[in-house]
Design a protein around this ligand. Sequence first.
Ligand code: IPE
Ligand code: IPE
Ligand code: MG
Length: 242
Amino acid sequence: MAEKIDLTGMNIPNHVAIILDGNGRWAKKRFLPRKAGHAAGAKTVEKILEDAHDIGIKYITMYAFSTENWNRPQDEVDALMKLLRKYLSDCIERANKNNMRCMVIGDKTRLDDDIVAKINELEECSKDNDGITFIIALNYGSRDEIRRATTKMAMDCKEGKLNPEDITEDTISSYLDTRGIPDPDLLIRTSGEIRLSNYLLWQLAYTEFYFTDVLWPDFNKEELKKAIVKYNQRDRRFGGVK
Ligand code: IPE
Ligand code: IPE
Ligand code: MG
């Protein structure tokens, strides 16, 4: 077995955002239905959350379902929603045991009422936990998030609660679903795709990107550590010279 990576003395990213991709291809390689890939992927989410906590990551945002994923075949969408229901119930049980705070970003209005009720329960019961913060992007699309924020800002201007001339970058951030959450330091996308697929476009402005060919169900603690080692080799800049 390969020697384990030692992160001692390394800079641990405060917030890691993940595009978990490749569940379908993982299943195809095994001649299994796509939903088996999603079930395996959900297990990986669980393990990676524990690993991230062990490593000392404070925030982790996972892309679970995009606004574009509704365009998948209905039986796959149904399987994903079924898995989500189970996942949210398990999370409600586990969050307090693991001192994990859970939040959901995305447009909840298109989700079924029972799913919204579970999300509300999960957010409420875990809100005082101060271990890792786990943010689930669900029916999330960055352009849609910006559109919703813009509508809300325009309404507040109309009602006299906001002055258009006072809108700063911080004002915009405060209208996004991610308000109060620090921007990601590291983005990881699995399965070899090199694109953002409408994920956190505003928030990733200065994030370091890491892409790996590993399919999401095969992603594990050592792979996460590899990404952190790469992150430590980067010369982070925010527009200034060094
Ligand atoms: C990612 O895996 C999970 C979701 C988008 C819900 P995919 O289902 O996109 O897997 P591939 O990309 O087809 O392999
Ligand atoms: C992005 O993956 C969305 C999620 C991981 C939930 P997709 O597999 O849906 O993205 P594309 O279609 O390859 O861009
Ligand atoms: Mg995919």
